[in-house]
Every structure is written in structure tokens, then in C-alpha cells.
Design a protein around this ligand. Structure first.
Ligand SMILES: [Ca+2]
Length: 190
């Protein structure tokens, strides 16, 4: 039994070194943790269940909304970003997004010039960007909302988070541990 507990603790330690996105679910009702730049247009954290003419087919409460702005026919450009320390483990950047009309969201996992993902006109989807490439460094989770068309278009973001991938060494250790536990359990059953 003591052996099983030791293996479980080792497994938990392998998964516990989280790099965290602060306020990635926007439940604080403001932009705590984020650097926001409204070049043109408008960005908000939605506190109610609806926003504009869009009903809550996706739960909008506590989500980030980017839109054209006060003048619906004006082009818009808004950036939302956060610096994340990935050391010492790697992981993936996950987030839920929904983009309407001609809006796009360009997602940058680093501060490079080329976006890692460009999202256009979709229903709510969870996106994944692997970050293994930048393990042990700081990454920049940047979301640039753009809309250069006329009309009342929106982009939504929610549940932005980093999900850690246990190190291969830890996985091997966990595998060895489980390999040792299974015969023990079988022996106890007899
Ligand atoms: Ca939320």
C-alpha cells in the first residue's frame, strides 16, 4: 500500500509544476493579469448572459469580447496579451474562441511576427497550440482581434489556459511504478 501511495505522489509531482495564465477565464469581470491595447475598436469582459444581439448559445458570462466599437462601420484592432513563464516544463496553450462575421483573431504563442493560428468565422471551438518548442523559456500568449469590414462583428475568448505535459522522464517513472503496482494488486486479490 505504501508503494502505491509513493507512486501516486510521484505522479502528482510530475503534473504539479503549472505555468499559469492569470484570469484566463475572465471571471474577475475585468482585465486583471492581461495587457490590453485598444488600437481601434472596443474590448470588454462580459458580465451578463448576452452581448449585443447575440444570445448565450455559448455561455458568454465572464468571457472576453472584441468588437468593432462604438461606430459599427469603423475598422477595429485590439490586442490582448500575457507573458507566461514556461520553465521548467512544457505544455500546450488551450482556449475557447468564437469569431463572427469578418472578425479574425490572430494567436501568437511568442512575440514573433507570424501568428501561430488565425481564427476566422467559426462556432465555439477549443483550440490547442503546443508549446514544447519554447520549454524552459517565457512565452507570450497574444490575441489580436481585427475587423476591417463594415458591420457589427464580434470575437469571443474564454478559458485561456496552459495544460502541462508531464516530462517523458516522469512518465517513464510513473509507468515503471504502475508496472510494479499491478502485480502487487493481483497478488493481493488471490
Ligand atoms: Ca469564463
Amino acid at each position: 500500500m505504501r508503494y502505491i501511495v509513493t507512486v501516486l505522489i510521484a505522479g502528482l509531482l510530475a503534473c504539479s509544476a503549472w505555468a499559469e495564465i492569470i484570469n484566463g477565464s475572465f471571471e474577475t469581470g475585468d482585465f486583471t493579469g492581461w495587457v490590453l491595447q485598444e488600437v481601434k475598436g472596443d474590448a470588454q469582459v462580459v458580465l451578463g448572459g448576452t452581448h449585443g444581439s447575440y444570445m448565450a448559445s455559448w455561455s458568454l458570462r465572464g468571457s472576453y469580447v472584441f468588437r468593432d466599437g462604438e461606430w459599427l462601420f469603423s475598422p477595429a484592432l485590439v490586442t490582448l496579451a500575457q507573458q507566461v513563464d514556461l520553465s521548467p516544463t512544457d505544455g500546450s496553450l488551450l482556449f475557447d474562441a468564437w469569431v463572427s462575421g469578418s472578425c479574425t483573431i490572430s494567436v501568437y504563442a511568442t512575440s514573433g511576427d507570424v501568428p501561430d493560428l488565425v481564427i476566422t468565422g467559426t462556432a465555439p471551438v477549443t483550440y490547442v497550440i503546443p508549446l514544447a518548442e519554447w520549454e524552459g523559456t517565457g512565452v507570450y500568449a497574444g490575441f489580436v482581434g481585427e475587423d476591417y469590414d463594415e458591420g457589427d462583428n464580434h470575437a469571443y475568448l474564454d478559458n485561456i489556459r496552459i495544460v502541462e505535459i508531464p516530462e517523458p522522464g516522469s512518465l517513464a517513472l510513473l509507468g515503471c511504478g504502475l508496472g510494479g503496482v499491478i502485480p502487487l494488486i493481483r497478488r493481493q486479490k488471490r
